[in-house]
Design a protein around this ligand. Structure first.
Ligand SMILES: O=C(CO)[C@H](O)[C@H](O)COP(=O)(O)O
Length: 182
């Protein structure tokens, strides 16, 4: 059975896709919330919506391709009409932290050329002050040590994200540093 939070994610996704119209270029976010938006877009494609989409990760690319969503590489577009993506946490004034899923760099590239960025989230993501979720920072492996020293000089702590005991690599073969500034 789906939990309330899963239903909230799905509801947010359904609302977000209402902004999409024919012939737009759509940025597709990454994560378990963006997943629902991609599923909804797949359904709309099946009923005749004509859009092209730019994925923000290899995972999203595979999902979108499996739903027959026509895809473009970011290199081939200069602007994106609407991007729908998730967030790790957000405050009342709509500042947020994202990148927790490790697609930070591509998500930023897509967001930076997007006219309308729609961030969808369930209610568990709302916080009074940012920082409950560690701040993900995507860095070139060779810059990692210096960046971690820099974080320490700002009284923060940090660790390189691991997956199966080895450093997690992003789609760009970068590391993610998870930083904490309590
Ligand atoms: O920024 C992201 C991926 O890099 C995600 O949007 C963020 O981590 C939220 O993910 P989820 O919807 O699974 O909670």
């Amino acid at each position: 059975m789906r939990t309330d939070l899963e239903m909230e994610k799905q509801l947010a996704a359904k609302e977000a896709v209402k902004f999409i119209t024919d012939n737009q270029i759509i940025g597709l976010g990454t994560g378990s919330t963006a997943y629902y938006a991609i599923i909804e877009i797949g359904k709309l494609i099946n009923t005749g919506l004509k859009i092209k989409a730019v994925p923000t990760s290899s995972k999203t690319r595979h999902l979108a391709a499996s739903l027959n969503i026509p895809l473009l590489d970011i290199e081939s577009v200069s602007s994106i009409d609407i991007t729908i993506d998730g967030t790790d946490e957000f405050t009342e004034d709509l500042t947020l932290i994202k990148g927790g899923g490790g697609a930070l760099f591509q998500e930023k590239m897509v967001a930076s050329i997007t006219t309308l960025l729609i961030i969808i989230a369930d209610s568990s993501k709302k916080v009074d002050t940012l920082g409950k979720f560690k701040l993900p920072i995507e860095v070139s492996c060779s810059a990692c040590e210096n960046v971690m020293k820099e974080i320490q000089s700002l009284n923060g702590s940090s660790e390189i994200r691991k997956s199966s005991n080895i450093p997690f690599l992003t789609d760009q073969a970068n590391y993610i540093i998870d930083a904490d500034f309590d």
